[in-house]
Design a protein around this ligand. Structure first.
Ligand code: SAM
Length: 227
């Protein structure tokens, strides 16, 4: 039922959790989590009416309506304290949108949340910055390739102390840098080549955007150190 990408997200969810899947679309993830007894309860949150009503039908069809609540709403507004949600998943969106959804969450909405599982399609460093600024420690990461796209999945846990990452870790992911899987290496070899080409092109075109060139050269250095 699940795509390779959603399967990787699913693998990050701990057993016996109460999960909110924000931007759930078809509610595939909550259905799988409840069908396989990983989660004990789930909210499928969705801002768009169409997907929300389709999800409701699917959840009913699977006989899961007592365990999955499909709710229409913006971001974490679908959660309240009584739901005792401990795990929030936000997958399949850009990093800017994920960060925006998290930034707009109230303290009450996040009060019981221990674990965040985030899968930005792009803009992963933005997401890691939000986590660090809000005392979430990255405890696991995964990287997978599906249909010519590489996806990263970030799992973080709320801690009672400040956390920090190096610039290289924001860029490439602290756990992914350790795991150094073939998919990780392929992604960063590809990026390295395109950054080098971009810098060369800027020199050739006599574009003197020193700041941009310096930033790219910095990223090139980080990547070369890790690969
Ligand atoms: N999470 C699923 C996945 O990973 O396959 C669906 C991803 S889909 C590309 C993104 C979904 O997020 C869309 O259904 C969209 O309507 C929903 N969405 C976008 N902004 C949202 C927000 N602020 N609150 C809730 N859902 C949102």
């Amino acid at each position: 039922l699940l795509s390779k990408r959603l399967q990787a997200v699913y693998q990050m969810v701990d057993k016996n959790t109460r999960v909110a899947d924000i931007g759930s679309d078809h509610a595939y993830l909550p259905v799988e989590l409840l069908e396989t007894n990983i989660a004990s309860f789930a909210i499928a949150g969705e801002v768009a009416k169409g997907p929300m009503s389709r999800s409701k039908e699917d959840v009913d069809k699977f006989g899961l309506s007592a365990k999955i609540d499909v709710r229409l709403g913006d971001g974490l507004a679908v959660i309240n304290e009584n739901d005792e949600i401990d795990t929030v998943v936000i997958a399949g969106m850009g990093g800017i949108l994920i960060k925006d959804i998290l930034t707009r969450a109230t303290e009450e909405q996040l009060s019981n949340v221990k674990t965040l599982i985030l899968q930005p399609n792009i803009g992963e460093p933005l997401v890691r910055h939000w986590l660090v600024e809000n005392n979430f420690e990255i405890i696991d990461e995964d990287i997978i390739a599906e249909e010519h796209h590489v996806y990263e999945i970030i799992k973080a846990q709320k801690v009672n102390r400040s956390v920090s990452l190096t610039e290289a870790q924001y860029l490439m992911g602290p756990v992914l840098m350790q795991k150094k899987t073939p998919t990780f290496i392929a992604k960063w070899e590809h990026k390295l080549n395109s950054f080098k080409k971009a810098v060369a092109n800027m020199h050739n075109a006599k574009v003197i955007d020193q700041e941009k060139i310096a930033a790219m050269n910095q990223d090139i250095k980080y990547i070369e150190e890790i690969l």
